[in-house]
Design a protein around this ligand. Structure first.
Ligand SMILES: C[S@@+](CC[C@H](N)C(=O)[O-])C[C@H]1O[C@@H](n2cnc3c(N)ncnc32)[C@H](O)[C@@H]1O
Length: 267
């Protein structure tokens, strides 16, 4: 592999406004794959951008105005808990994955976590804006929350959010395919993440399930495509998840919501 070409690819991509906040390691890892597959640097840059869009940008439908959102959250917080939740909802609308969960957000965590002992630590893998759903998770006030995604600006925002909401947590920009967090936690969230990560590495799903050091894993899959089509996705993902856990001695509970299929795994 020509490292000059890889460096050039990474710099070209990070210079473009749309990709400037994606963590360097992830651009590098995707770029390395594409350079190996494409005929030249130009084609590899284009293919890398396409992949980054597919697994990241496609979920962000508009401008992510983190500064304004922090101001909005701050104001709402001083007004009331209800105002704060309403502000969270408005912001959760800005990521396709959490937007789709909003109609059943108030049932999602209480239903799935109902029979677990208190969850005192959580890892949220490929989190998007999901940490803003913390007010609906029902965690004890001293619970620790670790969140990971590829966008540095989103991560900075989530850290400010957690500070403001007095959540004992930390968000970090990282490529979870190549750097899976390994700290021990009660619960790991892999919400709608596996299909996305497997577009970059087909073994990413099973590796994460095996490596995450969590008593419980909450794994979910979308039922509709980003374009709104159903195409038998629930059945396809259910089969796929079945294959992933088939030789593991884990107990699994299934939960179905209008737009999301979830599995709670007891490792
Ligand atoms: C389908 S969304 C799921 C978001 C969130 N888990 C939820 O369900 O609300 C996939 C997320 O994975 C992130 N992502 C993609 N590849 C990643 C990687 N290699 N490491 C960490 N995050 C990644 C994207 O930026 C996006 O926010």
């Amino acid at each position: 592999m020509n490292t000059d070409q890889l460096d050039q690819l990474v710099e070209t991509i990070l210079a473009s406004p749309k990709y400037q906040y994606i963590c360097r390691d992830f651009v590098r890892n995707v770029g390395l794959q594409e350079l190996a597959k494409r005929r030249n640097l130009k084609e590899a840059v284009k293919a890398t951008k396409n992949k980054l869009h597919q697994v990241g940008g496609a979920y962000l439908p508009g401008k992510m105005d983190y500064t304004a959102w922090l101001a909005e959250l701050g104001e709402a917080k001083t007004a009331s808990q209800d105002d704060f939740r309403r502000a969270c909802v408005r912001i959760l609308n800005h990521h396709a994955s959490t937007r789709e969960r909003l109609p059943f957000l108030s049932q999602f965590y209480p239903t799935i976590l109902a029979n677990l002992p208190p969850v005192r630590s959580v890892i949220d893998i490929a989190c998007g804006l999901n940490p803003l759903a913390l007010p609906w998770m029902g965690l004890p006030t001293d619970a620790v929350y670790y969140a990971y995604d590829i966008y540095q600006d989103m991560i900075d925002f989530l850290n400010e959010f957690m500070k403001m909401a007095k959540i004992n947590g930390r968000a970090e920009a990282c490529d979870v395919i190549h750097a899976c967090p390994t700290q021990q936690v009660d619960l790991a969230l892999l919400l709608k993440a596996i299909p996305c990560l497997e577009q970059v590495d087909k073994d990413a799903g099973i590796r994460l399930l095996d490596t995450l050091n969590a008593d419980h894993l909450l794994v979910s899959f979308p039922v509709y495509s980003l374009g709104g089509r159903q195409k038998g996705m629930a059945a396809t993902y259910e089969d796929h998840f079945g294959e992933l856990v088939t030789h593991r001695d884990w107990s699994v509970k299934r939960f179905e919501f209008s737009h999301e299929l979830a599995f709670l795994v007891n490792k």
